[in-house]
Design a protein around this ligand. Structure first.
Ligand code: MCN
Ligand code: SMO
Length: 795
């Protein structure tokens, strides 16, 4: 734990801006087309890279001939695996728990290609056209090897997907807490199911891309990329490639979404700097959509087997979970194949329910498919889908409504320690269920549903509740048995005119951190939010950050901002006290004024104080240090958990199998809400992504390992026409640990909405007596389920 970095040194501040619907400061620029994205960056003399990517899923490379490409006018360099390996063996992917077998992902494949899209060679030329044309002229021969395209075959080792993992296992482990066997032996009934979350893409609107420039004279390397972890990338550029870290600047321009896909270190990010150095010219690569769907990390694919032991009253007395993840061909560094099955099994077994006995196991296996990486709500989505959909099965088995069943099992008293020993300090778990039930007006819905059925229309209501670990921190990592260490810094400066300039270590992919962190700083300094400008981590020259992952921005960047602002605030109070002839403890900073508590006419503006600190030594108390700028780090001393739930109403067309989304009801408790507009935007976006993952999206492969979706024509992203209206309700159980009581929430929408969708579809399918458990819920699947069932079962 990192108690030394805790917030306790931050004075509690009056919330003026926090909690209000401040408009996003990012929007005027971004919405009027003034954003500067990676593709907008053009460097003098730049060259362009194009990759040769494997057209087959698994093969041994027997010959590569690049001479045809080198002959093309304008081509500067062509590298294959041999040249790349001279510089770097590859990126090691592993997870720091027993049972992980690491892999090394070569920068360019050398002997073996393990998935369609794996880079085999790279061409650098004076234009993108030339580079692409020349890439076509790289000739290579290969011997095809047996292919593994699904997790069950991989687990059975029908073939080896990657010779680095002879038994196909990337990661495996298990644990048991409490008397699980006893709970299942004594159970009145056991319900179980196998749930499948299909392979999808995070599909950020802006694909990946890298620009690198290297100045040999000063040994300065600049790397532009939309990464979510610029400081970690900078560290890797030194660790793997030997560039001097002090000479490296990683620049993250405006970024059109990351959603976890950009929370990886990619081979392209390693190659471009090497190529720029070798060519002595800047090199640029901007991924196209086809490449992104093939070579950006994939997400989600896993099977979760889950069973509940239920007692006679309908209490869950034990849960068993086994998660089998299809990890693709390599561990995607740095998170590895653990992202899905480990998270699903370890982090989500009990959710909001008071389950005394928990057993889980997880296995990630390799297949000849693109590596699976992080995607908003890593593993939580699949774990929540299994748990919440089995809860509906259990509710049906014991004859309770989905609300009653959850209320019967929910944890009511806090702090609560789950079977695994993880402590939950506070939460509004029961209130989440009650609030959702009120919002949907359940009796009225049942009536409407019955009436609709009588008319041959099929409405369904699906419920899903979640607990989300938020504010990823050292403490959170340790609580889950890992050794990751996190902290971030922020710099807060009060300017001579009393405005503030703030720099944080987290990048922004669209979360609105520049706005919310300005709100944090404004309240901590006692000035107006319009008087604060926040620079998110656009360059590693500024504040240090561990990355915008694990919904940590509000908590961690917020904590660092509050701590740094606290130091500056004390300086202002000291000078105010001196000038107003009062004790510093009696000085209040609110709304741009420093005033003496209880003496309303004794006040001056914070701007006047700032000006005098910079320009008038006579304003300083004895021995005053005029530094009006502070950089401090923050980490939490304890893990913190948000909670909430969604209820989704759908209608199924029995003739076409299409699902129409009527309405989403969401309850979110992320402690104190900094900005309700932004939090609601996060919920809407996340839920719609979850609707996509549940119904429209799938990165399917054929038996030979060919990816079947490489454009947005064959990969169905949800668009505004399917996005339903939302009703959102905020509950606030403040964290007693974070600055201002905030908790994170950026992943909650996607974590819990697919379960609500599946539950809603199954509720609508109720009259046909069928229950679906595999995503995506395509029209075909639903149509077949209805027509396979032939006719409605009697109610
Ligand atoms: N917020 C708030 N009050 C709270 C909690 C959060 O106002 N109590 C605000 C935050 O200040 C921030 C936003 O809500 O502006 C999300 O906050 P948080 O939950 O702290 O998450 P992060 O800032 O760390 O963002 C990361 C998270 C993750 S892990 C993924 S994945 C994801 C997500 O955010 N990727 C996104 N949301 C995304 N939204 C956009 N537009 N693009 C992405 O790539
Ligand atoms: S998947 Mo978010 O980047 O933790």
């Amino acid at each position: 734990m990192n108690e030394s970095l805790e917030h306790s040194e931050v004075p509690k501040v009056a919330a003026r801006s926090i909690g209000t619907r401040v408009l996003r400061s990012e929007d005027p620029r971004l919405l009027s087309g003034r954003g500067q994205f990676l593709a907008d960056v053009t460097l003098p003399g730049e060259l362009h890279a194009a990759f040769v990517r494997s057209p087959v899923a698994h093969a041994r490379i027997t010959r590569i001939d690049v001479s045809g490409a080198l002959d093309v006018a304008g081509v500067v360099l062509v590298w294959t695996g041999a040249e790349a390996a001279e510089q770097c063996e590859g990126l090691v992917g592993e997870f720091a728990v027993p049972g992980c077998n690491p892999t090394t992902m070569p920068l360019l494949a050398r002997d073996e290609v393990c998935y369609v899209g794996e880079p085999v060679a790279v061409v650098v030329a004076d234009s993108r056209y030339t580079a692409e044309d020349a890439a076509e002229r790289v000739a290579w021969d290969f011997e095809e090897l047996p292919v593994v395209v699904n997790a069950d075959d991989s687990a059975a080792v029908t073939a080896v997907a990657n010779t680095q993992l002879p038994d196909n296992v990337g990661l495996t482990g298990d644990a048991s807490y409490g008397d699980v066997a006893g709970a299942f032996d004594a159970a009145d009934q056991v319900v179980q199911g196998r749930f499948y979350t299909c392979r999808v893409s995070a599909a950020p609107m802006e694909t990946r891309g890298v620009i690198a420039s290297y100045e040999w004279a000063s040994r300065q390397l600049k790397v532009w990329t939309g990464t979510q972890m610029p400081h970690y990338l900078r560290y890797c550029l030194t660790a793997y490639l030997g560039f001097a870290e002090q000479g490296i600047e990683v620049i993250t321009p405006d970024t059109g979404g990351g959603f976890g896909q950009k929370a990886h270190v990619y081979v392209e990010e390693m190659l471009l700097p090497l190529l720029a150095r070798a060519a002595d010219r800047p090199v640029k690569w901007v991924e196209d959509r086809r490449e992104n769907l093939m070579a950006g990390t994939h997400a989600h694919e896993q099977f979760v087997d889950i069973s509940y032991a239920l007692d006679t009253t309908g209490r869950i007395t034990g849960v068993r979970t086994h998660a089998l993840g299809d990890g693709g061909a390599y561990h995607a560094p740095p998170w590895s194949m653990a992202v899905e099955p480990w998270c699903a099994a370890v982090v989500t077994p009990s959710g909001m329910y008071d389950v005394p006995a928990v057993e889980y196991s997880y296995t990630a296996v390799a297949t000849n498919k693109t590596p699976v990486g992080a995607y908003r709500g890593v593993g939580y989505m699949a774990g929540t889908l299994a748990r919440e959909c089995l809860a509906d099965d259990a509710a049906r088995a014991v004859g309770m409504s989905p609300f009653e069943f959850r209320r019967h099992n929910v944890v009511r008293d806090f702090p609560w320690t789950n079977a695994q020993g993880i402590v939950y300090d506070e939460g509004s778990w029961l209130a989440t269920i009650d609030t959702l039930e009120e919002m949907v007006d359940y009796p009225a819905f049942l009536e409407r549903q019955a009436k609709a059925r009588a008319e041959g229309r099929y409405l369904g209501l699906g419920l899903s509740c979640f607990v989300e670990s938020s504010g990823e921190s050292t403490a959170m990592s340790q609580e889950h048995g890992l050794g990751d260490v996190y902290h971030d810094t922020a710099t807060v400066r009060l300017d001579p005119n009393g405005t503030a300039t703030v720099t944080i270590g987290l990048t922004a992919q669209g979360q609105g951190l520049a706005t919310t962190m300005a709100q944090m700083a404004a309240d901590a300094l006692g000035i107006k939010v319009e008087e604060v400008v926040v620079h998110t981590a656009t360059s590693t020259s500024h504040a240090y950050g561990s990355g915008t992952v694990g919904s940590r921005g509000a908590v961690i960047a917020g904590g660092a901002v509050a701590r740094a602002a606290g130091v500056v605030r004390e300086k202002v109070r000291a000078v105010a006290a001196h000038l107003l002839e009062a004790a510093p403890e009696d000085i209040e900073l609110v709304d741009g004024q420093a005033s003496v508590v209880g003496v309303p006419d004794k006040m001056m503006t914070i701007a006047e104080i700032a000006t005098s600190i910079y320009f008038d030594m006579s304003a300083w108390p004895e021995g005053f240090d005029p530094t009006l700028e502070a950089t401090l780090a923050y980490d939490t001393s304890r893990p913190m958990f948000s909670n909430g739930g969604h209820a989704i109403v759908v209608e199924i067309d029995p003739d076409t199998g299409l699902v129409r989304f009527e309405k989403v009801f969401s309850v979110e408790d992320c402690g104190i809400v900094i900005n309700p507009n932004i939090v609601e935007g996060q919920i809407r976006g996340g839920v719609v992504q979850g609707i996509g993952a549940a119904v429209f999206e799938e990165l399917a492969y054929d038996e030979s390992g060919q990816l079947l979706a490489t454009t947005f024509l064959d990969y169905g992203l949800p668009t505004m026409d399917v996005a339903p209206p939302f009703e959102i309700h905020h509950l606030e159980s403040p964290s007693s640990h974070s600055a201002s009581g905030v908790k994170g929430m950026g992943e909650s929408g996607l974590i819990a909405s697919p379960a609500a969708v599946l539950n809603a579809v199954n509720d609508a399918l109720g009259p046909f007596g069928v229950v679906l458990r595999d995503l995506p819920l395509t029209p075909e699947k639903i149509h077949n389920a209805i027509h396979g069932a032939k006719q409605e079962k009697p109610a």
